[in-house]
Design a protein around this ligand. Structure first.
Ligand code: BG6
Length: 369
């Protein structure tokens, strides 16, 4: 049932083109307009929403962080992302104008379920983004957008993560369509580009041999740092989480801009640092800033592993390794840049002889608070 893969996790990483394709399927008409029939919440309510709060745990919360950048940009709706177990215990400001979006692969995470219940008690509408039909969180939500990633067996989430991002983007694009957007051309372009993403994920997977070699060479690493900026920041957090979860290596993700405010003190000779580089075609010179971060850590002896777009030559002078991903709109990049980090963690854990699918101390769904 692993289809010849050494683990379910590796199989599920390789299923991501299909998982994302299935999540998009049936939700775009032939003119590229978005239909979200399952969003059974009155349009007048969706128009009056003045705040979105994402609640989730673990990897799902990082998908929420990615979604925040997109939803705030396209829809101009203030969007907070909160760990579900923190949300409920701090008297959050939630009311009839709040849309709570619960991300959960299993639909059974108790912390997330309790946050959903709390939000509804305050009068908020709840949409869940879930991968498991008929599970508890969707049943207790006002509406559900299913990610059609197929069953995810490995404890460490991979294809559910990419599908959650895709589903959240559909929600954001739908709200932009419904409420109007300052960027109608961009919204149209993203809808078109989303359909190219499964093939681009496949391109990243096809080049995965390089990442496997790297993981084998780095299997003695004791600590790995991940830097990213904008949507690359939650990708960095996710890359670090994967390594902790299954390879038991100390790993930290940082916002690249934070480097000089602290984390650079950690960098010494031989420290591996992954850097997720934003597209050079993006706004606000973020690309140049991240390239200088690579330079800064390299100058202090770091081994830099850089994830950059095809054709981005500015990174090469400071990179020990470059992993290429196809070009894509800035907000869609996480659907590509996450993939090598998943593969890296999976192959590194495998080369250490660990049980990749059943990491110690973790459970696939945590149904206690
Ligand atoms: C954790 C799992 O306990 O729960 C993670 O080990 C997962 O992989 C998190 O991201 C949230 O789970 P779910 O099912 O709510 O998305």
């Amino acid at each position: 049932e692993k289809d010849g893969y050494s683990s379910f996790m590796l199989k599920e990483i390789n299923e991501q083109p299909l998982a994302v394709e299935q999540t998009l399927m049936g939700r775009l008409d032939q003119h590229g307009n978005l239909m979200l029939d399952e969003l059974r919440i009155d349009e007048s309510i969706l128009r009056s929403v003045d705040k979105i709060v994402v609640v989730a745990c673990g990897t799902a919360a990082y998908a929420g962080q990615v979604a925040k950048y997109a939803i705030e940009h396209w829809c101009r709706i203030p969007t907070e992302v909160e760990l579900a177990h923190e949300f409920r215990y701090r008297d959050p400001i939630v009311n009839e104008k709040t849309l709570v979006v619960a991300f959960s692969q299993s639909g059974e995470t108790m912390d997330t379920l309790m946050a959903v219940r709390h939000a509804r008690e305050q009068g908020a509408k709840v949409v869940s983004i879930c991968n498991t039909n008929g599970s508890t969180i969707p049943r207790e939500s006002d509406a559900v957008i299913y990610t059609h990633a197929g069953p995810e067996i490995a404890v460490a989430s991979t294809k559910a993560f990419l599908s959650q991002i895709a589903a959240a983007y559909l929600l954001g694009l739908y709200l932009a369509q419904l409420r109007g957007t300052k960027f109608p051309d961009e919204v149209r372009e993203v809808l078109r580009e989303l359909q190219e993403i499964p093939a681009k994920i496949q391109t990243v997977l096809d080049a995965g041999g390089e990442v496997t070699d790297l993981a084998r060479r780095m299997s003695d690493a004791e600590s790995v740092l991940f830097l990213g900026r904008h949507v690359g920041y939650p990708v960095a957090l996710e890359g670090a989480l994967k390594l902790k979860e299954i390879a038991y290596i100390h790993a930290e993700g940082f916002a690249a801009g934070e480097l000089k405010h602290g984390p650079i003190a950690l960098v010494e000779e031989g420290q591996p640092v992954f850097v997720i580089v934003p597209s050079p075609r993006g706004r606000d010179s973020l690309h140049a800033k991240v390239v200088s971060n690579i330079q800064e850590v390299r100058a202090r002896g770091a081994i830099t592993i850089v994830i950059a777009e095809e054709g981005d030559e500015a990174v090469t002078p400071y990179a020990n390794e470059v992993i290429r991903v196809p070009q894509a709109p800035v907000l869609l990049a996480p659907l590509l840049t996450t993939v090598p980090l998943q593969l890296f963690a999976c192959q590194l854990a495998d080369s250490k002889g660990y049980d990749v699918d059943q990491p110690r101390n973790l459970a696939k769904s945590v149904t206690v608070e």
